[in-house]
Design a protein around this ligand. Sequence first.
Ligand code: G3P
Ligand code: CA
Length: 242
Amino acid sequence: MTKNFAHRGFSGKYPENTILAFKKAIEYGADGIELDVQLTKDGEIVIIHDETIDRTTNGKGLVSDYTYEELCEFDASFIYHGQMGFNKIPTLREYLEFVKDNNIITNIELKTGIFEYHGIEKKVWNLIQEYKVEKKVIISSFNHYSILRMKNIAPNLKYGLLSETWLINAGKYTHDLGIQCYHPVHYNLIPKVIDEIKKYGIEINTYTVNKESDIRYLIEKKVDIIIGNFPDLTGEIIKEYK
Ligand code: G3P
Ligand code: CA
């Protein structure tokens, strides 16, 4: 059955990529959580989507220009005008501490598409081992070199290649790189694309799926994971098909 992953946590109703949004995703029955990681000036792995803190916090500037301690001053829920309290940018360590004892699967997206953040793959791997979550993570990135680097260090983890283009022969491409999952934007998933990917035995984990009709189509097409901002809606629809 298709699994329900919360994109940046329950980001449709709560501040994205915060512990609050992750808690709410679990509370509303998500099978998994997708989150984004970048590196601070002092090498801390933090959970934030953009390379800058401008859009999601009350601060300005590059994540990589701040130490983690400095970043803690900013409110990652400021767009909610205080209704959500103060929520800091979490570290990946803090997140893993929070999920280590439950069954939630975490899709860690390495945000290495603009800055490569040299060494981030090894740092993420060290934390995965420390928290013993090897079987509960999927590592994805739009930077496929980054995925191959990490696979070289940690060959037994599950990996996904992110794509927002109409890649031809995506199944063959993914298979030939020895990767288990393909993570396309959902509107690329016309039937012939799905068929080609499935032919190679590749898992299809697709984003960002928020509309009921899209959720139904993808369940009917038996995609493996739907990543969306509303895990409550996705969960309700999946239940109907069980
Ligand atoms: O991992 C799926 C999706 O999150 C990729 O796009 O921009 O939301 O990180 P983006
Ligand atoms: Ca992401």
